[in-house]
Design a protein around this ligand. Structure first.
Ligand SMILES: [Fe+2]
Length: 341
């Protein structure tokens, strides 16, 4: 029994679990693209509290395709994934159902959930500036300024077509329009020290190797590198850079999210909503966010010290749904300027 894996379970909780268990235990089926090992402690805590068994199905790729193929026979109750694009895809394929819940609406700020209750963000990752430690005066860094000629030959980035960058470019597009976005992309392309490729951690690696001076990466990689979880090389890269939270001019820092939807065909709909409500509780938010060095969506939930060190996050207020709608246009602009060539 997975339930006994936890080592912090108290006898009272155990007793109530057994009583519920004896009565024919409630269960909920979670399909997740997030590694089960990372979210298991959280789900075990939920089971200990509620007596509800959480069955997890790890779907590394093609979550929407799988649930669509299963159709009305699908046993999926709650679908968890990362990136606003993936959440919106689930909604667009009619695989999500609306949920009205005062607990969810109170915990998740409006820009971080669907107005119709069809998706809810559970954690955030910010697109932050990785920089050479020797650089001064980066406190007021903006995404716009990365296209300034002062950075010529000094910027490292992953592909413009990677969803992390496409979402950022889509946010730029919503804010500034197509013409300004195109010239920004051309400026950014002209500033690249190397081909736009690799991963976010390679940006830190290349700054450490003095190949470039600045670049963008997700905030959680800073935690993964600096904590040593990614191994000794990554720890060195994480410690070799300084990290600044850039903003849009007159705006905030671009964030993306992990989140969940209640499956349209959920056989245990009420249990799915209850699990979702648990995931936005103070306790779960702190635990969930910390498993991957992410920011909780709920105001006041504890954040990991490695993230707290980066400074106060001011979220850009461009609605995520609007960013998601502009991904295609952003991707076309990336091709148009030959960003990845
Ligand atoms: Fe990632």
């Amino acid at each position: 029994m997975a339930f006994f894996k936890g080592n912090t379970i108290r006898a009272g909780v155990l007793l109530s679990f057994c009583l519920v268990g004896a009565a024919g235990a409630a269960e909920v089926n979670l399909y997740t693209t997030r590694e089960p090992g990372l979210i298991r402690p959280l789900l075990d805590a939920y089971t200990a509290k509620s007596g509800v068994t959480v069955n997890t199905v790890f779907v590394e790729k093609g979550l929407a395709e799988r649930v669509a193929a299963e159709g009305a026979r699908s046993s999926a109750d709650l679908l968890m994934t990362v990136d606003i694009g993936n959440l919106i895809d689930l909604v667009d394929r009619d695989l999500a159902q609306p949920v009205r819940s005062p607990a969810l609406e109170a915990a998740v700020p409006a820009p971080l959930r669907d107005a119709g209750g069809r998706w809810f963000a559970l954690s955030m990752r910010a697109r932050v500036l990785y920089a050479d430690k020797g650089l001064a005066d980066l406190k007021a860094a903006t995404y716009e300024s990365l296209a300034d000629p002062q950075w010529k030959g000094k910027v490292c980035l992953r592909s413009g077509q990677h969803p992390y960058n496409t979402a950022l470019i889509a946010a730029f597009l919503v804010r500034h329009g197509a013409e300004k976005t195109e010239s920004w992309l051309r400026g950014l392309k002209a500033n690249l020290a190397r081909k736009a490729a690799g991963g976010d951690r390679d940006v830190a690696r290349d700054i450490a190797a003095d190949l470039c001076e600045v670049g963008l990466g997700n905030s959680y990689y800073v935690g993964l590198m600096r904590s040593g979880r990614g191994g000794p090389d990554q720890k060195k890269w994480g410690e070799a850079i300084k990290v600044v939270l850039p903003t849009f001019e007159g705006g905030g820092t671009h964030v993306n999210v992990s989140g969940a939807v209640v499956a349209k065909a959920a056989p245990n709909r009420d249990e799915a909503v209850k699990l979702l409500e648990y995931l936005v509780s103070d306790e779960a938010q702190a635990l969930y966010a910390r498993t991957d060095y992410e920011y909780p969506v709920k105001a006041g939930a504890a954040i990991d010290p490695l993230l707290a060190d980066l400074g106060t996050l001011t979220i850009d207020t461009t609605p995520l749904a609007e960013i998601a709608r502009n991904r295609k246009a952003a991707s076309l602009l990336v091709d148009k300027v030959g960003f990845d060539n």
